[in-house]
Design a protein around this ligand. Sequence first.
Ligand code: ADP
Length: 599
Amino acid sequence: MRGALGWVEFVDRWVPEPLHRGDPGVRRRARVIVFNVTVMVTYSLVRIVIELALEPFAAAWRGVIPLAFGCGAGVGLTAWLWRRGDAERAARAGMWLVAAVAVAFTLAKGGMRSPGLPWFVVIPVLARACAGSRAVVTSTGLVAAFLVGCSLFDLFGVELPGGPTGVQLSVERLVALLAATVLCGGLVYMHGIFEEEAQRALVAARDAATSASRAKSLFVANVSHEIRTPMTAILGYTDVLAEADLSEAERREAIETLRRNGHHLLALINDMLDLSKIEAGGLEVRCSETSPISVAQHVVALLRERARSKGLLLELEVGGDLPDRIWSDALRVQQILVNLIGNAIKFTERGGVRLLVSHQAVSGTPGEIVFDVIDSGIGIAAGDRERVFAPFSQADPSESRRYGGTGLGLAISLGLAEQLGGKLELESELGRGSTFRLRLPVGAPEGAQRGAPPPIDSEMVTRESTPQLARAALRGRVLVAEDGVDNQRLIERLLSRVGLELEFASDGRAAIDQALAAEHQGRPFGAVLMDMQMPEIDGYAATQALRDAGFARPIIALSAHAMTEDRERCLACGCDAFAAKPIDRRALLDLLAEYLAKP
Ligand code: ADP
């Protein structure tokens, strides 16, 4: 078996490299061509030598010409396969070539007395290998017809050039028989190898599909578990709130629990969206010139309070020779660092957390920026270090449960790091602490467009650091385009309390009509809150229609699709600002205050 496989490897060496990586059917045809041409050319050369040695030249040329033509055409065919890589057509051409040489040789060497007759047995086998099962039927019919025709020539005494006789015939027939047997046996053997390979590929594909399906079921089970946990608290505490004899302290506790679990649920949904986008390769990273120090400072400022409340020190150390700018996506780098430092704080009880930013030279490139997140926490055992990067995976589930978390953060961070062209590595010692190392390339890949750096202040940063605008500015009429009755009621509660006058529209068409009618009546709305997914006309079309009709007042998009591209789509269709659902009361009031205050 080893030797036989070695022989197939020999054939493979002559098959063009790209064909090995493409469609298995095309690769199979290319292997047949190479094998076929090798046997044909060897046979033809031997036969040419025999012809010239055994026959007078006047007779030899009749056999030599078709053989020499076959030889040349076979080599040409292989060259064509290398240039074009079209194994399908080359295989068909090869089949017709063998048939043509066999016919020409037979007619030139005595018809039914030709020494090359065994080749006709090979032709249907060759047709199967080169062109598939249907070609076997056609080629068998043609071969049978040709052989019957030759016999009829004999029968009716039609003169064909004389074939060899005696020793010459025996030698030539033996050589033809041997070559035909080798070609036939080789093709059948190769067919066996191809079948085994196809079988193995099939089994591998089945195993992959089974394990993908198992992974999906596990994923769904994990998601369900993670959603049910906060939902249990939310529904349970809703019942608690409905109890009549609740003390003020109990009421507050119930509300706080509802809020905490609601936020947890929202974070989980955002993480899962990110993860599914990363896994589908659809997460967009927007690279531009980014200051690594600013990103690090922002993240540390953001998390310092969290560390302090646990009695931990959070320090930033910046190495020398740091480039001012790197080519990366500031928001994504920030997302990774927030997750790594958040984990470091979470899993550390004593000591502190350090973020070390340094530059590492890499020959031939502008080098790498390295962010080391070093903690003195519980550490991760050697056997768990790979596992923690898988979704929903936690080093020690019982321990991690104590700290909370879903096991999605590192999977997302790893995916993001790779999407940014970098790496995320881990060094850790159980009980002594961990170092998560994020490496990012400094330079832009070739062809990247240089542009202005995006503002560092992500949603995360602005939410924590934007000072609240004065509520005194909240005066005016607001049109709320929202189809959900519960959401209408919630918005009414939130906004009428701060002194706004509200009017509701339950779909996009009503929103357009009401906004334009108010303009005509001289009682315009100060702003429109536009839900983007509504019946009749959605928020995008309604906004567009209002802008087309000359409506120039602020329109604030309100949408449960809260990814960056959703936000941009809203702004592109004419909205002035974007607020995500679930509604962040403070953020929405700030936005309204800002836009209502505009002249
Ligand atoms: P989560 O923190 O939500 O559980 P992550 O994917 O961020 O999810 O982390 C996966 C697991 O990796 C954690 O549950 C924890 O077991 C381990 N881990 C992550 N960071 C640290 C750290 N700094 N120290 C110790 N263990 C960590």
